[in-house]
Ligand binder design. Structure first.
Ligand code: CTP
Ligand code: MG
Length: 256
């Protein structure tokens, strides 16, 4: 049997790496329209950009897309219409859940035996550069069980008391900005560590918005690598304008 994970030189990589792309959200903050991952950016669905961003990393042999539960066949068809340029990466589509945490769980459950490193990447971060993906994979290979790309904050952050029944929120404190980081995806994990986190951390309310936070709750170390400004999350309408501008800049600069 041929082994699709074998490198062109014929040697096996020490890790078999898969990427899970949670794409089952509705994109409420983006406003009315199709589910966020299916909205167009530069003429292609956001999800296609995200899948390509993962497949561009040579180590990624499998991408598991977690689609809206009622949209699995639509997403499958859409991905088949936009095949990966280099073909070598397998793409599975599975149905998602009510929360991001549940959607990631569904993706984890679909991973085949033999995968031992997992990236979890938001479909809503379609423009992450391959160097950021490679930096996460490289830290995993160097032995970190959980790796997160992160950037310093531009804004100062206040901790507040929610304004329940009062006119104003009250400030409780101002954390030292130099010690804060905004985290991005792909977050990378030793598969067993991420599976244990999803096994042991219950999904409460909206669930975890960040897989690394679940690993932290197990008491396992999480390390950071430099993130990238182009790995921003498309959340609100203005983010679409920024994403189109990034794509236009790439086209102008390197014929992307
Ligand atoms: N996600 C998911 N399953 C859910 C909720 C979210 O797979 N039940 C995914 C989204 O598709 C997205 C990523 O998690 O790629 C990050 O979530 P977010 O940016 O919050 O996207 P949405 O939940 O779609 O947006 P909103 O919160 O504005 O509705
Ligand atoms: Mg959300």
């Amino acid at each position: 049997m041929s082994d699709e994970h074998t490198t062109p030189q014929g040697s096996r990589p020490s890790h078999r790496t898969a990427a899970i792309i949670p794409a089952a959200g509705r994109g409420v903050r983006l406003g009315p329209g199709a589910p966020k991952a299916l909205r167009a950016l530069g003429g292609l669905p956001m999800l296609v950009h995200a899948v390509r961003a993962m497949a561009r990393a040579r180590a990624v042999a499998l991408v598991v897309v977690v689609a809206p539960p009622d949209g699995v066949s639509e997403v499958r068809r859409m991905l088949d219409e936009h095949p990966l340029p280099d073909g070598g990466t397998e793409v599975l589509v599975v149905p998602g859940g009510e929360t991001r945490q549940q959607s990631v769980r569904h993706g984890l459950d679909a991973l085949p035996v033999g995968v031992d490193a997992v990236l979890v990447h938001d479909a809503a971060r379609p423009l992450v550069p391959v160097d950021t993906v490679e930096a996460v994979i490289s830290a995993l290979r160097d032995g970190a069980p959980a790796v997160v790309p992160a950037v310093p904050l531009a804004d100062t952050v206040k901790e507040v008391e929610p304004a329940v029944g009062r006119a104003w929120e009250q400030v409780l404190g101002t954390p030292d900005r130099s010690r804060l980081r905004a985290v991005q995806t792909p977050q990378g994990f030793d598969r067993a560590v991420l599976a244990e986190a999803h096994e042991r951390v219950a999904c409460e309310g909206e669930g975890a918005t960040d897989d690394a936070g679940m690993v932290e709750r197990l008491g396992r170390p999480v390390v950071l690598v430099p993130g990238h400004e182009e790995a921003f999350k498309v959340t609100r309408p203005l983010d679409l304008v920024l994403a189109e501008a990034v794509l236009a800049r790439r086209r102008a600069h390197d014929g992307y």
